[in-house]
Design a protein around this ligand. Structure first.
Ligand SMILES: *Cc1c(COP(=O)(O)O)cnc(C)c1O
Length: 385
């Protein structure tokens, strides 16, 4: 059996161990320390923002962003429906209620049209959300100009979930720096990794100071331990930050490699009738965290599940596109706004979509194995001559 091909494995630069040794030599083992400060500065410089708070996960960063937006029990928060569950769960940590917004075909991300309808209805009902969480799916930016315009009209705080999109651009700006708060993830399967970790970025540096305070158990300044608020233990460890500093040095290469993997798949499979790759609108550049494509059931007999299962037999890991949050048992009963009254784009993408192995360390031979695997899983259509 050939070696297993993973969807998105970690890809070390080779410099990480030396950087960890540096942290060990200084005996900064406990959470926080000089590597965390360096990691935060490097992130702020890379994406062009005033401030960064390094945290133990992307999920923690979303939780804190919602706190900074003032979300409280009983509040409403809008969120992209087509995403990983971690985008949404922090809404519930705070006792707030999610309302899900459909995708648009051009970006697969939050539909400005659905958002506008949802905000209009919410304003009529006097139930405007405290925040909108916009996800940049698979490294592709949502249409932020349209989304920011609508949210500013209603005075709503915008949180960008750029967990998969660090380094993606939208009209010259970096994903995560356009809204009020941006979130990155350094989980093992992301573009770069600290094994586990995340970051919250913003130009509101006073708010970030408050996030730092909340993330370190909300200790008030005193010679004893004084608290008047519930805090969290969410800061990143100095050792993990050392890994992050080395990984950040190669993020541009990593993104270029993922984009090259996408190009290869598209060249090899894109001509086949019924296959459509995730679009990349001209106003920016996706990280192509995962190569995603759809299979048109009118032209291709095999379903995404068939393909995933057949690739598994060949020891190749692939995945269907995220199952939308409005369709999850966990969030049954939550309100959902479709792109058009009679067209749910996220449901269609889930029905038809598949993600191929996309790691930046995926060798050309292995890319060929995936391509051959997909070709055979799709079952050639024999023409009767
Ligand atoms: C990975 C991911 C998260 C969560 O990040 P963690 O660091 O794993 O907590 C949130 N949103 C999206 C879209 C993700 O892909």
């Amino acid at each position: 059996m050939s070696d297993r091909i993973y969807l998105s494995p970690p890809h070390m630069s080779g410099e990480e161990l030396a950087k960890i040794a540096e942290a060990f030599a200084s005996n900064w083992i406990a959470p926080l320390g000089p590597m965390v400060d360096q990691f935060e500065r490097q992130i702020s410089e890379l994406v062009g923002i005033e401030g960064t708070v390094a945290l133990c996960s992307g999920t923690a960063a979303i939780h804190l962003a919602l706190e900074l937006a003032g979300v409280k029990e009983g509040d409403i928060v809008f969120c992209s429906s087509l995403t990983f569950v971690a985008s949404v769960n922090p809404i519930r940590y705070l006792g707030a209620e999610p309302v899900f917004i459909d995708s648009e075909p051009a970006t697969w991300n939050m539909s400005p049209r659905a958002l506008e309808r949802a905000l209009y209805e919410a304003s009529m009902l006097g139930q405007l959300p405290k925040a909108v969480i916009v996800v940049h799916l698979y490294g592709q930016c949502a249409d932020m100009d349209a989304i920011m315009k609508i949210c500013r009209e209603y005075g709503i705080c915008v949180i960008e979930d750029a967990a998969e999109a660090m380094g993606a651009t939208y009209k010259g700006q970096m994903a995560g720096t356009i809204g009020d708060y941006g979130v990155y993830s350094f989980n093992g399967n992301k573009l770069i990794t600290t094994s586990a970790g995340g970051a919250l970025v913003s130009n509101h540096t006073d708010k970030l100071d408050y996030a730092r305070y909340l993330a370190a158990q909300a200790k008030l300044p005193a010679y004893h331990y004084e608290h008047n608020q519930v805090g969290y233990n969410y800061r990143l460890s100095n050792i993990l930050a050392a890994i992050g500093c080395s990984q950040l040095n190669v993020i541009d290469e990593r993104i270029a490699l993922r984009r090259a993997v996408f190009e290869r798949y598209q060249q090899a499979l894109g001509d086949r009738p019924g296959i459509s790759f995730m679009p990349d609108p001209l106003w920016g550049s996706s990280t192509r965290w995962l190569t995603a494509l759809t299979l048109d059931p009118h032209l291709i007999e095999a379903t995404p599940l068939d393909v995933v299962q057949e690739l598994e037999v060949m020891n190749i890991e692939s995945r269907r596109v995220w199952k939308p949050m409005h369709a999850q048992p966990l969030y049954a009963g939550c309100r959902y706004y479709r792109h058009e009254e009679n067209e749910s784009v996220s449901d269609m993408l889930f029905e038809r979509g598949i993600c191929l192995p996309s790691g930046s360390s995926l060798a050309v031979d292995d890319q060929n194995r995936v391509i051959d695997g997909v070709q055979s899983a799709l079952r050639p259509v024999y023409s009767l001559s």
